[in-house]
Write a protein that binds this ligand. Structure first.
Ligand code: G6P
Ligand code: ZN
Length: 560
């Protein structure tokens, strides 16, 4: 078999975003486009692609299977020693992270655009994870980007297609290829983390504790089945949309109140006690029981507070907690109460990796429906869902009346106060409008009168005094690297804050996110909806920034 060289036209738009390169499938299908990026990854790998062992997996979306073959061809030409591939290209993102770590490989290539829609007219993505199992740090993604812009040619082994639907050991030219069960190793690690005997006893002896898991036709269907049906012996009825589809059934596989409407509707209709969903590639989660939506910011705080009920933490301890900057401060209070070290990092799971590797971070989360721990180096949707099951099983021990999600939340608020939180997304607005909004924020932040100014809400008497303004900069405590421009923050004298940032995960146009948070220690407010609790602050935030004018939008695309 010979190696052939192909001339490529260097591309200027292959800069990996928050989570790898995401573009329309049609763009990836362009001549040399996918090949150019794959070659750049293999050239930019910290110890080089030659002689390496790499994991390949993803959410099984359209264009993944073709890309696996492209990686085989280019990898063989570079001299990769071995590929470990999820059967039929399937590995959820946390499962891939686990495989990278468990088999001590040099990293992995994940074929996913996460929660973005899939199919021939939607999105595809390629992401590189390093040997710790986490998303590549900026030093590596910058190197990938530099190479994509200057590459003149790529090389491919002139070989055919390898059938990746059968588990087993194969050869692709000189390269060893192992096709593995997508789910097995993942279930094994979950069993070492959680108290499955306790959960099992609870769910089997409490028929009123009804469950519904929605895979949104993404990758977690088989993982949900393995845990709920095969391990916990629940009936098939607890699964919804659990057959992975290359286009996610035309849906938007993002577990939030807007896109997981099937779950929300079914939970409310049947008054299901425990509902949960995960995204396209299985790293996000939403916990939603009848009448009780758990915001991701609250979710991580509750999990941390209940860590002792989870064997992994009971045994190993909790070594630090963290959140991304825009995530509500609910977990800060939990960390403080337990005496744990606490970190605030920029948006992007990769920022947690160094802290975990240094043994200083055990539990963390982001408002963007990501929750996880140091068991892998990605956020983990199914992990978060089982964590909640474990907590509910523990909370119900010895109780004669069912303790629900709502009660767990109310108890939490009574202990720590409530951080009302919401996010407004303005998706696919013009880049000009988004940049003008940010430029205006810069001007406001620089004006001497802004700090200390007072703003009144339009629909009530509430008013807010601006106490501080800054553009968030993060210095990684482990390697000292500095990340600037991570979001514009306005804080108010009552402890409320509003944050603005541009999304780093969109595939075209710009997406502006506005995060609103208000803390309350007033017990009579704990039962309020976030929308009610935050209304005055939202009015003020929109007025200060003149957001509607700059973006030309009256309403956000999505509210979470
Ligand atoms: C991905 C990343 C997360 C991040 C989220 C939102 O899911 O893994 O870490 O929080 O995207 O990013 P964005 O830049 O779109 O707000
Ligand atoms: Zn995802």
């Amino acid at each position: 078999m010979s190696i052939k060289e192909f001339k490529t036209t260097a591309f200027s738009d292959q800069k990996p975003g928050t989570s790898g390169l995401r573009k329309r499938v049609k763009v990836f299908q362009g001549e040399h486009y996918t090949e150019n990026f794959v070659q750049a990854i293999l050239d930019a790998m910290p110890n080089g692609g030659k002689g390496s062992t790499l994991v390949i997996g993803g959410d099984g979306r359209y264009w993944a299977r073709e890309t696996v073959q492209t990686i085989f061809k280019i990898g063989a030409a570079v001299g990769v020693k071995k590929f470990i591939v999820g059967q039929d290209s399937i590995l959820s993102t946390p499962a891939a992270s686990n495989i990278i770590r468990k088999y001590k490989t040099d990293g992995g290539i994940l074929l996913t655009a996460s929660h973005n829609p899939g199919g021939p007219n939607a999105d595809f993505g390629i992401k590189f994870n390093t040997s710790n199992g986490g998303p590549a740090p900026e030093s590596v993604t910058n190197k990938i980007f530099e190479i994509t812009k200057t590459l003149k040619s790529y090389k491919m082994l002139d070989a055919g297609t390898l059938d990746i639907t059968k588990i087993g050991s194969f050869k692709y030219g000189p390269v060893d290829v192992e096709i593995i069960d997508s789910v097995k190793d993942y279930v094994e690690i979950m069993e070492t983390i959680f108290d499955f005997p306790l959960i099992s006893k609870f769910v089997s002896s409490t028929p009123e504790f009804t469950i519904l898991f929605d895979g949104l036709h993404g990758v977690t269907g088989p993982y949900g089945r393995a845990i709920f049906v095969d391990t916990l012996k629940l009936s098939e009825d607890v699964l919804q949309n659990c057959i992975p589809l290359q286009d996610f059934g035309g849906g938007h596989p993002d577990p939030n109140l807007t896109y997981a409407h099937d779950l929300v509707a079914a939970v409310e209709k049947k008054q299901i006690v425990f509902g949960a969903a995960s995204d396209g590639d299985g790293d996000r989660n939403m916990i939603y029981g009848a009448g009780a939506f758990v915001t991701p910011s609250d979710s991580v705080a509750v999990i941390a507070d209940w860590a002792d009920s989870i064997p992994y933490f009971k045994k190993g301890g909790v070594h630090g907690v963290a959140r991304s900057m825009p995530t509500s401060k609910a977990i800060d209070a939990v960390g403080k109460a337990h005496g744990w070290e606490f970190f605030e990092v920029p948006t992007g799971w990769k920022f947690f990796g160094n802290l975990m590797d240094a043994g200083r971070l055990s539990i963390c989360g982001e408002e963007s429906f990501g929750t996880g721990s140091d068991h892998v180096r990605e956020k983990d949707g199914v992990w978060a869902i089982v964590a909640w099951l474990n907590i509910l099983a523990a909370a119900n021990q010895g109780k004669s009346k069912l303790v629900t999600i709502k009660e767990i939340l109310l108890d939490h608020y009574k202990k720590y106060g409530r951080n009302f939180f919401s996010r407004y997304d303005y998706e696919e607005v013009s880049s000009e409008g988004a940049n003008a909004l940010i430029d205006n924020l810069d001007k406001l932040f620089a004006s001497p009168n802004f700090k200390g100014s007072k703003y009144k809400a339009s629909s009530s008497d509430a008013s807010f005094d601006v106490s501080d303004v800054y553009n968030f900069t993060y210095t990684d405590p482990i390697d000292g690297s500095v990340s600037k421009n991570q979001g514009h923050v306005i804080t108010f004298s009552d402890g409320s804050r509003v944050v603005f940032r541009l999304s780093g995960t969109g595939s075209h146009g710009a997406t502006v996110r506005m995060y609103i948070e208000k803390y309350s220690k007033n017990e009579s407010e704990y039962g309020n909806s976030a929308a009610d609790g935050l209304k005055p602050l939202i009015e003020v935030a929109l007025e200060i920034t003149q957001l509607k004018k700059f973006l030309g939008r009256d309403e956000p695309t999505v509210i979470t």
